[in-house]
Design a protein around this ligand. Structure first.
Ligand SMILES: Nc1ncnc2c1ncn2[C@@H]1O[C@H](COP(=O)(O)OP(=O)(O)OP(=O)(O)O)[C@@H](O)[C@H]1O
Length: 229
């Protein structure tokens, strides 16, 4: 299946897919967010920015249901996210700080191990995904022997395997060279143009190749006592 065909058929450009409202998040004695909310529609990219410790990763984990908020709600396609948790998880692809790679396996083997989890209809051929991320030459080398940037590329290749309509990318540009960063932008733009939505945390501005991006500054939102995008 081509990447174009791979995206969720439920995604209609401009419809709100992901929304959060009234989020309050404490970690330890620190309140990271209060009365915080945003909306993300299909075909959009929302760039979460903020200094170290602002709460970007914590917010992503809360959005994904991997971590709890102290108050507030997250909706997916107009319904509470947890109403159909397995459907939500099937619609989300998550790339975090950790690559999630098994170091003793090659990029090809890692991708193959993810393929059964990649969605109802596994999308691209493995070799296409590896080629797109410029990993063909190292596709059969154990990931432990790859550079940090190559490992990052291998973890990002997973995005192309699945048909998730929502991409949650936590610092996807880390360790990547200029070409790699441009490529991430291109992948984001491609995903959006097929009706997907992207929630991206990054210290750096997203590359121009990502196209139009909305910004949400967690630091400013917190200081202002609320947030919205
Ligand atoms: N389980 C926890 N217990 C206590 N404090 C926590 C916990 N999880 C996160 N924190 C704190 O919450 C704050 C936000 O962390 P988070 O990782 O979300 O920040 P971030 O904006 O992603 O930072 P960075 O830009 O450095 O990746 C940090 O000060 C962190 O120490």
């Amino acid at each position: 299946m081509s990447h174009t065909e791979a995206h969720s058929s439920s995604a209609k450009a401009g419809t709100t897919e992901l929304s959060a409202a009234g989020l309050e998040i404490w970690r330890g004695e620190t309140r990271l967010l209060r009365n915080f909310g945003f909306q993300l529609s299909s075909g959009e990219t929302l760039w979460l920015r903020g200094p170290n410790g602002a709460g970007k990763t914590t917010l992503m984990r809360v959005i994904l249901g991997l971590s709890q908020a102290d108050a507030g709600e997250v909706h997916w396609c107009g319904r509470p996210r947890d109403e159909d948790r397995s459907a939500f998880l099937a619609d989300v692809a998550w790339c975090g700080h950790q690559t999630g790679l098994r170091p003793e396996l090659s990029p090809r083997e890692n991708l193959a191990s993810w393929q059964p989890l990649a969605g109802r209809r596994s999308a691209r051929r493995l070799s296409d995904c590896l080629e797109r991320l410029a990993l063909t030459a190292v596709a059969d080398r154990p990931c432990a022997f790859l550079s940090a940037g190559q490992q990052k590329r291998a973890s990002l290749a997973r995005l192309l395997l699945c048909e998730a309509s929502l991409w949650c990318l936590d610092e996807p540009l880390t360790s990547l060279d200029a070409d790699g960063q441009t490529l991430v932008g291109e992948l984001i733009l491609e995903h959006r143009s097929h009706g997907g939505a992207c929630l991206v945390s990054s210290h750096q501005p997203l590359p121009d190749s990502a196209g139009t991006v909305r910004e949400l500054d967690l630091d400013r939102s917190h200081k202002a006592g609320g947030g919205g995008a």
